[in-house]
Design a protein around this ligand. Structure first.
Ligand code: PLP
Length: 442
């Protein structure tokens, strides 16, 4: 009999039994470990001097079994060339921001997507903060956005003293409902922040027309939108400013954390460079445009280290491959699960080419969704819910208000669950996820 034959539960019991034979091993520690952390923990225990050879062998088998068994929700993408670029960066003698890998990445992003200026930043959060400073957001200003988003979307503007005005989402794409924006505008409104959920575009033509009519700035939160388009144009380049994330949960990463700000309105470029360089005109000094640099305005340290840009360069070089692999995985989920009556799958408007950032299902309600997550966990597959609407959070209540009624934001958030989808996900593991879901609904 192989370990696979005995099933997950028995394997765990066996694991704990073996563990208990080893000095200094506490079952609670083992119980706490899951997946990769379990693998690492076992690696440590198997080197333990007091472990018997038999126990060590059993451990090796169990390690392989469990590593094989657990399907995580996300693993950061690795294409294989990252280390060699990082080595080159180390050899260059310049690791801080705006080194040669930063320049390469910025140029690639500008050319590929068509933005006047792209600057790498430490995170999408930092990019959003830069945007709020650039737009000179002040106490008393109002900023319109969906409540179904990450805290940073709102926090960046609250840091400048703005009040957040939340507007309901559309039930199909879970993006801000563009038809509700105009009614939320007041004389204090300064900006609209559409969030392209799951890399599926908001209805940008309507949003830009409203912004033009009311003289508002549009900051796209395209944290999840790298390589996705709306009517053939790249997300992040449609508003006055766009913000990307290169966090490890996104399609492309700069080694864990990272982001970029896309300055689509050329009038903002010089000021953006100053804000990013601690409020100084150091960028101009480096370009030899001025012979000394000095403090010009408020700003902060919003540069990405070149070591991280080296990691990102590996991913951008392989952007097409990563995108295609993710699309293949997304399509397989779609084809396999779209027929299930009890589930709703993502809706893609004709105007949008998405980037397969996420595959989610919508179940009937929160109880149904939570039972599903528990079941998937019992078969060693990690599926997760997503944003808790900001207007229901303590900070959201303090710094914002919901305009109109919450018809869809809370309801859709409560019934949504995300499936494992990452570049290095194996076909066989994805099949296990699909089989588990189909099995649940038989
Ligand atoms: C919509 C949205 N905006 C902003 C962020 C923040 O991105 P970062 O982690 O790069 O700061 C996230 C993170 O997941 C996000 O989902």
């Amino acid at each position: 009999m192989t370990l696979r034959d005995i099933g997950a539960q028995s394997a765990r019991i066996g694991l704990l039994a073996v563990a208990s034979t080893m000095r200094g091993t506490r079952t609670s520690e083992l119980d706490w470990c899951h997946g990769r952390s379990l693998w690492a923990a076992m690696g440590g225990y198997s080197n333990h001097q007091s472990a018997s050879d038999t126990a060590r062998e059993l451990f090796t088998l169990l390690i392989g079994y469990i590593e094989d068994l657990m399907i995580p929700f996300n693993v950061p993408p690795v294409v294989g060339t990252e280390l060699s670029f990082i080595q080159t960066a180390i050899g260059s003698g310049k690791l801080c921001g705006d080194g040669s890998f930063t320049q390469r990445c910025q140029q690639w992003l500008e050319q590929r997507f068509g933005s006047a200026k792209v600057l790498l930043t430490p995170s999408c959060t930092a990019s959003l903060e830069m945007a709020a400073i650039l737009l000179n957001i002040h106490p008393g200003d109002e900023v319109i956005m969906p409540s179904y988003t990450f805290a940073s979307t709102a926090n960046a503007f609250v840091l400048r003293g703005a009040t957040i005005v939340f507007v309901d989402i559309r039930p199909d794409t879970l993006n801000i409902d563009e038809t509700l924006i105009e009614a939320a505008i007041t004389p204090n409104t300064r900006s609209i922040v559409p969030v392209h959920y799951a890399g599926v575009a908001c209805e940008m033509d309507t949003i830009m027309a409203i912004a033009k009519q009311h003289r508002l700035w549009v900051v796209e939160d395209a944290a999840q939108g790298v390589m996705a388009t709306y009517k053939g144009r790249a997300l992040g380049t449609l508003g006055h400013i766009g913000c990307f994330s290169f966090h490890e949960t996104k399609n492309y990463t700069s080694g864990g954390e990272g982001g970029a700000i896309l300055i689509n309105n050329a009038a903002f470029i010089e000021q953006a460079e100053i804000i990013r360089e601690k409020g100084t005109n150091r960028s101009q000094f480096f370009r030899k445009k001025v012979d000394k640099y000095t403090w010009y305005d408020i700003g902060s340290s919003y540069l990405m280290a070149d070591l991280q840009a080296a990691y990102l360069w590996a991913q951008l070089e392989a952007a097409e491959t990563i995108n295609l692999r993710r699309l293949t995985l997304w399509n397989r989920y779609y084809v396999s699960l779209a027929q299930q009556d009890s589930l709703a799958v993502p809706v893609l408007p004709d105007t949008c080419q998405h980037n397969s950032h996420m595959f989610y299902l919508k179940l009937s309600d929160i109880n149904d969704r939570n039972s599903f997550i528990r079941y998937m966990k019992s078969v060693d597959i990690l599926t997760v819910f997503h944003y808790i609407p900001l207007h229901s959070s303590p900070a959201g209540q303090r710094f914002g208000r919901f305009h109109g009624s919450d018809r869809y934001t809370s309801r859709e958030s409560q019934r949504l669950v995300r499936l494992p989808l990452f570049y290095n996900l194996k076909d066989s593991d994805q099949q296990r996820v699909i089989d588990a879901i189909c099995g649940y609904y038989i």
